[in-house]
Design a protein around this ligand. Structure first.
Ligand code: AP5
Length: 205
């Protein structure tokens, strides 16, 4: 099975992707996580991406496509994969067509005030990459023991630009995948397990 999770920053793509990937034993491919790993390792790609990410801008399409093409060749993608945060532009979606077919595109719909509340309260683990929200997890350390931190691009000004970039560059994908008959919109403004069940219902149809 090959899936795309679409939605604005903070829609819950990553949260739901972890669950779905585990349930269906498919690879979870988050281009955001891949870029943050490059940043942590201090690679040239990571240094270039850092500057763009911290301004809330997108990383160039050719860089993302190169990463994705390599990633889907890996053994853990044999059973299928779930793209979280990719494609993010029409150019990426068009290029993806020559790389792989897709079964479903899940579009998580969440109002802007909820997005901002979720992102401003998000904390991440520097070691294992797990994500938490301050409203439901008050410890300053991850369950794995490492310290939690706030993503640089989760600061308010950057978040506002990420939302503008989403509207301009990524939202047009809703029409793009609707015309291809692949899009399923799910209400993402509900409890995590409720959203998970709604996604499960779409996939198992
Ligand atoms: P990326 O990491 O992909 O960020 P994003 O798409 O902006 O998404 P987020 O990680 O902010 O949100 P999410 O939808 O995954 O929500 P989450 O589950 O974490 O990309 C970062 C940057 O990398 C981009 O800005 C860009 O610069 C670059 N980039 C990445 N991919 C690219 C591409 N393809 N092309 C070009 N550039 C690219 O949830 C958020 C919070 O809400 C968490 O605290 C969570 O616990 C909480 N939460 C989630 N669901 C619920 C719920 N149902 N109820 C209550 N709380 C919830």
């Amino acid at each position: 099975m090959k899936l795309i999770f679409l939605g604005p920053p903070g829609a819950g793509k990553g949260t739901q992707a972890v669950k779905v990937a585990q349930k269906y034993q498919i690879a979870h491919i988050s281009t955001g996580d891949m870029l943050r790993a490059e940043m942590r390792e201090g690679t040239q790609l990571g240094k270039e991406a850092k500057e763009l990410i911290e301004r809330g801008e997108l990383v160039p399409d050719d860089v993302i496509l190169g990463m994705v093409k390599n990633r889907i060749q890996k053994e853990d993608c044999k059973n299928g994969f779930l793209f979280d945060g990719f494609p993010r532009t029409i150019a990426q979606a068009e290029a993806l067509e020559s790389i792989s077919a897709i079964d479903h595109v899940i579009n998580l719909e969440v109002p802007v005030d909820t997005l901002i509340r979720r992102i401003s309260g998000r904390r991440m683990c520097a070691e294992c990459g797990a994500g938490y929200h301050v409203s439901t997890y008050t410890d300053t350390n991850c369950k794995c023991g490492a310290a939690l931190f706030q993503r640089e691009d989760d600061k308010e000004e950057t978040v506002r630009n990420r939302l503008v970039v989403y509207e301009r560059s990524t939202k047009p994908l809703i029409d793009y995948y609707t015309k291809k008959g692949l899009l399923h919109t799910v209400n993402g403004d509900a409890d995590i397990d409720v959203v998970d069940a709604a996604i499960g219902a779409v996939i198992s149809k």
